[in-house]
Each structure stands twice: as structure tokens, then as C-alpha cells.
Design a protein around this ligand. Structure first.
Ligand SMILES: Nc1ncnc2c1ncn2[C@@H]1O[C@H](COP(=O)(O)OP(=O)(O)OP(=O)(O)O)[C@@H](O)[C@H]1O
Ligand SMILES: [Mg+2]
Length: 274
């Protein structure tokens, strides 16, 4: 289905992604983990054509994605919707209009300029919000919603595109554990019920293990692990994070259980002492 072959991205003399190869044969939910700077976002951005690959190829059902331009590129960007840590909503715009923005690629410039949406699209937007449990917030400004609700609005906007793939770059990194759980459950349900592939960059091992069918570990731009969640042992995680024997999984956990045990939540960054 999706084939990433020897994909690299260089920024000057910095190699952000180094000859990454990944095959996805069937719809699944994949978690990409790795410490800050490992190349996770760069990989997702290349998949979505937000960034050009330096070398290597991406193909989807036999179509070469890396060489797309213009209309064909925009069509692909609709097929693989992207959601971000900071939601990227228009804060002062109402929720339903934010969701309708997901159809922007398919509408004429004139209709887009005057915010003209077909009634069927408006109904569909409300249905999607309803599915995500936030239809009652449809008329409110996006900025009036909690972080977890805003991320569900962003997911709704992605679903308006009816994408085959949803790319999620740290979708829960700004959320508290309860909201993080709601958002991950929503993504999992979308995968299971609709058969869409979800590829999510995640900072926490427990989230990857709990929600994903497959986990990919990146280190220094390279894919150093590709396996089942149960194969992601502490020693494998240590390898991925380049951490020493004192590596603690709690340091990459946002689970409620961990918080209840009184452990602080620490985001794994290049600066985090390991
Ligand atoms: N536009 C850019 N220009 C120069 N260097 C970049 C650019 N984007 C990313 N990099 C570098 O490429 C490397 C990989 O960055 P990337 O953002 O993909 O990492 P990441 O795994 O997503 O990290 P994080 O967990 O902090 O989000 C980093 O060293 C980063 O500094
Ligand atoms: Mg990133």
C-alpha cells in the first residue's frame, strides 16, 4: 500500500532522515517513537509532501508520491491528512467552519473566498463532530474549547477530507492524560471502524504500546526498530533512545497510572539527562 524506500532528507550537512525504508501492506495504526531530533516530524512532512525528499522514494499503491506537483500533489495531501501537536485551528473561527476548512482543497477559489459551503458538507461536518463527541460545540469559537476538544476538531477537519491515511505529529503532546486518552481512543476507533491508516509520532512508549499495531523507532534519522508493541522491551527502548542502564520508562510516560504513582511527566528531549 505505502512504500517508503531509502528516504533521506538533508538540511545542509545535517541528515534529518537517513535512508528510511518502511512498507505498510495493509491499513494499520503505527506509532513512531524516538528522542527529540530523531527525524520523526521530517519523515511525516515528507509523506505529506510538506517537505521534499533529498533522495529516495515514497509510493502509494504504485503511485510515486515524491515526484508529485501542483494539483496531483494537493490531491495526495487530501488523501493523507495531517494533524499537529498545536491543532492548527483558526482560533477565532467557529468549530464547524474550522472543520469545513478540511474541504478547502476540493472547492473553487471563489467559494473558498466567500466561505460558501454546500449544505451536504455542513451536515457531514456536524455528523463527524457528533461521532467525535463534540457536536454540541459546533457553533463555538475554536479557542473556547479545551485542548482535547480542539484536537478532536482537528481530527474532524482531517476526516472531512476522507483521507486514506492520517498523519499525526505528536497529537497528544500538549494534552493532559485524560484528554490524551480521549484523542488516542478517537484515532484508534477511526482506524478500526473506517480502515484508515494512522501514523502517529509519539513521545511516550506506553501510548505506542497501548494503541498501535506496530511501532517504529527512529534514532539519528535512521529506523532502528520496526516491530510489534510487545517486542518493544525496555532494552529495545533503551537502544532507540540511546539511553543508559538508568533509563526509566516513567520518563516517557503520560499515563494516568504513572501520574498517580507520583512520578513527574518528563518529555524525552535531547536535553533530558538519561
Ligand atoms: N527546516 C529545518 N532546517 C534545518 N534543520 C532541520 C529542519 N527541520 C528539522 N531539522 C533538523 O533535523 C533533525 C530532525 O528534526 P525533526 O523535527 O524531524 O525531529 P523530531 O524527531 O520530530 O523531534 P521532536 O521530537 O523534537 O519533534 C533535527 O536535528 C532538526 O534540528
Ligand atoms: Mg517532531
Amino acid at each position: 500500500m505505502l512504500r517508503i524506500s531509502k528516504l533521506s532528507k538533508h538540511f545542509g550537512d545535517k541528515t534529518a532522515v537517513d535512508s528510511a525504508t518502511l512498507d505498510i501492506d495493509k491499513p494499520c495504526m503505527i506509532g513512531i517513537i524516538g528522542r527529540s531530533g530523531a527525524g520523526k516530524s521530517t519523515l511525516l512532512r515528507m509523506l505529506n509532501c510538506l517537505s521534499d525528499a533529498s533522495t529516495g522514494t515514497i509510493s502509494f499503491e504504485g503511485r510515486d508520491i515524491t515526484s508529485l506537483t501542483g494539483k496531483a500533489k494537493r490531491a495526495w495531501q487530501s488523501e493523507c491528512a495531517m494533524i499537529f501537536q498545536q491543532f492548527n485551528l483558526v482560533p477565532r473561527m467557529d468549530v464547524v467552519s474550522n472543520v469545513l476548512h478540511g474541504t478547502l482543497n476540493q472547492r473553487s477559489t471563489l467559494a473558498a473566498m466567500f466561505n460558501l459551503y454546500p449544505t451536504t458538507d455542513i451536515h457531514r461536518a456536524i455528523d463527524i463532530l457528533d461521532r467525535l463527541g463534540i457536536a454540541e460545540h459546533a457553533p463555538k469559537r475554536a479557542e473556547a474549547l479545551s485542548g482535547g476538544q480542539q484536537q478532536r476538531v482537528a481530527i474532524a477537519r482531517a476526516l472531512m477530507q476522507d483521507p486514506r491515511i492520517i498523519l499525526a505529529d505528536e497529537p497528544i503532546a500538549s494534552l493532559d492524560p485524560m484528554n490524551a486518552q480521549t484523542v488516542m481512543e478517537a484515532l484508534r476507533r477511526i482506524h478500526e471502524e473506517d480502515g484508515r491508516t494512522i501514523i502517529a509520532n509519539l513521545h511516550t512508549l506506553d501510548t505506542a504500546r497501548r494503541y498501535c499495531d506496530r511501532v517504529v523507532g527512529m534514532r539519528d534519522g535512521r529506523i532502528v526498530f520496526d516491530g510489534l508493541p510487545e517486542q518493544l522491551t525496555t532494552s529495545v527502548a533503551r537502544e532507540i533512545y540511546g539511553a543508559g542502564a538508568d533509563f526509566s520508562e516513567a520518563a516517557t510516560s503520560t499515563s494516568i497510572e504513572t501520574l498517580e504513582q507520583g512520578n513527574a511527566v518528563v518529555r524525552m528531549t535531547a536535553e533530558t539527562p538519561l
